[in-house]
Write a protein that binds this ligand. Structure first.
Ligand code: IPM
Ligand code: MN
Length: 355
């Protein structure tokens, strides 16, 4: 049966990296005899330009009617320095997450040994880095009541026990399939919301006696990510801490251009690179499409096409080991964005098909 994929390329380098992910998905379809139907829709700055809305109703409806969403990137420099802009591209993504109930954002951070030299850390520090961040995505300071006048502004941070519990369960389940450790990152020495996180997560931990739970204040976690990154297995945290720490974690492994993510919850799951729209590189065929391509692999896993997903990850590994890379990877064999998509597709077409 054919799966319906909503494709939301968005802004900046979003369209070109998404095109490479689609190229690889096409290779996967032919190699593994899978069938996908792609439906494109606008989101972000381009949707504001075309429809006056960063998340047009038709885009949301398409997402609700699809089996999965492949998302590019959003953001445009014309909004960055304009605090008075009434609508912003980012609102499109935030509303999409909220409308689909995508409460868990899953960001794996894995070191490819061939890229260890690109890390700002010494190779012996990054060796063995393999963590996954479970970031709460539809609550906290991002979605609390907000207000501003000329002299004062506020953003409320609110969490309910239910919001904490549902992502905590996912994090513990994930740890079961990994190194069996969950680190809860919070600021429980200062914030009430963090104290609620601790008490709810501690209660849930009782149901997972095989998992070790440890806690870290977010300031310490920011430091430990640099000092001892291999310590982390599953990092569980609230929305804004997760936003910040996952960007920090991503540079440890060499390039932000390598990291995929999935967002799951009540409705259609969404798959997107964690990098932004990188407008300076847009249209130059220099962006690294690997994060988008690996996001497509996460999409395949989600649809239970795991052999197909593995073929993509293997193709990426092989490509890097052979010395190919985009300019951010300072590769011996320099490829453009599109050529990287071609290269990975060719390897996928030759992948062994495991029954
Ligand atoms: C991310 C991004 C978004 C966020 C922005 C674009 C709203 O930084 O996905 O990490 O802050 O969640
Ligand atoms: Mn972010």
């Amino acid at each position: 049966m054919s799966k319906k994929i909503a494709v939301l390329p968005g802004d900046g380098i979003g369209p070109e990296v998404t095109e490479q992910a689609l190229k690889v998905l096409k290779a996967v379809s032919s190699r593994f005899d899978l069938s996908f139907e792609y439906h494109f829709a606008d989101v972000g700055a381009i949707a504001i330009d075309k429809h006056g809305d960063p998340l047009p109703e038709a885009t949301l409806q398409l997402c609700l009617d699809s089996d999965a969403i492949l998302f590019g990137a959003i953001g445009h420099p014309k909004y960055d320095n304009d605090p008075s802009a009434p609508v912003r591209p980012e609102q499109g993504l935030l509303r999409l997450r909220k409308s689909l109930g995508l409460f868990a954002n899953i960001r794996p951070v894995t070191l490819y040994p061939t890229l260890a030299h690109l890390s700002p850390l010494k190779p012996e520090k990054v060796e063995g880095v393999d963590m996954v961040v479970y970031r709460e995505l539809t609550g906290g300071i991002y979605f609390g009541e907000k207000g501003r006048n000329q002299h004062e502004a506020f953003d409320h941070c609110v969490y309910t026990a239910v919001e904490i519990a549902r992502i905590a369960h996912l994090a513990f389940e994930a740890a079961r399939k990994r190194r069996k450790q969950v680190t809860l990152v919070d600021k429980a020495n200062v914030l009430e919301t963090s104290r609620l996180w601790r008490s709810v997560v501690q209660e849930i931990a009782v149901n997972y006696p095989d998992i070790t739970l440890d806690w870290m204040y977010v300031d310490n976690a920011a430091m430990q990510l640099i000092q001892n990154p291999a310590h982390f297995d599953v990092v569980l945290t609230e929305n804004m801490f997760g936003d910040i720490l996952s960007d920090e974690a991503s540079v440890l492994v060499g390039s932000l251009g390598m990291l995929p993510s999935s967002s799951v919850g009540a409705h259609t799951a969404l798959f997107e690179p964690i990098h932004g729209s990188y407008p300076q590189a847009a249209g130059k065929n220099i962006a690294n499409p690997i994060a988008a391509i690996l996001s497509a692999a996460m999409l395949l896993d989600h649809l239970h096409y795991s052999a197909a997903a593995t073929s993509i990850r293997e193709a990426v590994r092989e490509t890097l080991e052979a010395g190919f890379g985009t300019s951010d990877l300072e590769a011996a064999q320099l490829l453009g964005c599109s050529e990287m998509g071609d290269h990975i597709s060719e390897l996928v077409l030759k992948a062994a098909v495991v029954a």
